[in-house]
Design a protein around this ligand. Structure first.
Ligand SMILES: *Cc1c(COP(=O)(O)O)cnc(C)c1O
Length: 422
């Protein structure tokens, strides 16, 4: 677990009277401090932007907070573009890193003045057609470095198995085509990791990108103006894991910048990230209540949230720290599976976890749920997703998304008896 829950037991009990569990709660002050830390680490570059990956926490109240701290937004769908727009993130502060993109989404992104980051060489023509025959002034391409043999590195995994991006040969070709088409400004993007905790990984990613920038300059006569090295910065979900040291990452990349980018006359090159997880992940919690205990071959605590609210444990076997409010210091001398109500055996927030003795009505706090949490939720089994609360910097709590209702669940059906029934 990577940060402390911001409310006392008494405060949480009071809150749960006003907002019945389950709910998500996010800590505005901690998110702001965290973004400041991110920006401070990368302030050694002439220009830096963090484009928050909207998919991680697509709530406009959160996006407004991030906007006011200087973040842009990284989108990959029309609704995400609209969320940015309405949160005050517009123009070049939007990075549209989509894949398999419908034409109308390119049109909307262009209307907002977003930076369009293409995922394939064939998308040049697709984009040109979508935009009525003319490419935007600025284009970015997503690089897939593929199998990293000679000159490669041992840290980065197997990009050749990922569906994203262009090969190196295609990248060179793509910049040549766009230059000939009159595109004026160019960027490069890559993202080859997810939830990575090794800081050297990101320095190595920058090296791969910088090498290609130099090759593009030589081969195409194109000076790339910004490098987006993606998301993928992990957070310490498990006890004992270490947070990525961003100062170390920034300094490591700066050494490469001074050695590779500056002598090539490419300074100032803007450096960008599009992180979601490390920005809000540690500062969001899912609060749920113990409503059943059953003892069979294992001991189970059934809670009022389910995998439909937070699917990471069920889908990837991901670890999330669970604490019991008011029992933080009690001995963990019980072993439980903490389960939700879905008719799927993987619907467990914790498996064979040492926890203090849990009573019915206890409030359980599931940590590090502030990114890819509520956003990944679904409605399988007729489950209604939890709402979201924001603990504001002044200590007040605002409901920033209500919980789903049965009406929401039936909203797409036109069927007698399933409308206006309540
Ligand atoms: C998911 C994603 C991100 C954000 O990843 P995090 O692990 O949340 O930082 C950034 N860019 C792209 C293209 C993504 O698909």
């Amino acid at each position: 677990m990577s940060s402390d829950f911001p409310l006392s037991h008494a405060q949480l009990v009071e809150l749960a009277k006003k907002f019945p569990t389950p709910f998500y709660i996010y800590d505005e002050k901690a998110i702001r401090e965290n973004v400041k830390y991110f920006y401070k680490a990368f302030s050694i570059f002439p220009s830096f932007t963090e484009y928050f990956a909207v998919k991680a926490l697509p709530n406009p109240y959160i996006l407004k907070v991030l906007e006011s701290e200087g973040c842009g937004g990284d989108c990959s769908s029309l609704p995400e573009l609209m969320l940015c727009e309405k949160s005050g993130i517009t123009g070049r502060r939007i990075m549209f890193t989509s894949n398999d993109t419908p034409a109308q989404e390119f049109v909307y992104a262009q209307k907002l003045g977003a930076i369009i980051n293409l995922d394939d060489i064939t998308h040049i023509d697709f984009l040109k057609n979508a935009l009525g025959g003319k490419l935007p002034d600025t284009i970015c391409f997503r690089y897939n470095p593929g199998p990293l043999k000679e000159g490669g590195n041992s840290i980065i995994g197997k990009p050749e198995e990922a569906k994203y991006g262009l090969t190196k040969e295609q990248m060179i070709h793509a910049y040549k085509i766009c230059k000939a088409e009159g595109v004026k400004h160019f960027g490069i993007h890559t993202m080859v990791a997810s939830n990575e905790l090794n800081p050297d990984f990101f320095v190595d990613t920058a090296r791969i990108v910088f090498e290609l920038i130099l090759e593009v300059q030589k081969e195409c006569g194109v000076n790339i103006e910004f490098a987006d090295i993606g998301g993928g910065v992990g957070i310490p979900y498990r006890p004992g894991q270490k947070k990525v040291d961003l100062d170390y990452v920034a300094k490591g990349i700066k050494v490469l910048y001074d050695k590779m980018i500056v002598p090539a006359g490419l300074d100032p090159l803007k450096l960008c990230f599009e992180c979601g997880r490390p920005i809000t992940g540690p500062y969001g919690w899912l609060v749920t209540k113990a409503i059943h205990e059953k003892n069979i071959y294992r001991n189970y605590i059934g809670v009022d949230a389910s995998m439909a609210d937070l699917m990471r444990p069920g889908m990837y076997g991901a670890y999330h720290e669970v604490t019991v409010s008011g029992k933080e210091n009690a001995p963990k001398d019980y072993v439980y599976d903490v389960s939700g109500s879905l008719c799927e055996n993987c619907d467990k927030f914790a498996v064979q976890r040492n926890l203090p003795k849990i009573e019915m009505g206890d409030l359980l706090i599931i940590h590090d749920a502030g990114a890819h949490g509520r956003a990944m939720g679904f409605n399988y089994n007729g489950k209604l997703r939890a709402g979201e609360l924001l603990l504001r910097s002044d200590g007040t709590v605002k409901e920033i998304r209500r919980r789903e209702t049965i009406e929401d669940y039936f909203a797409t059906l036109d069927f007698e008896g399933l409308k206006n029934f309540s």
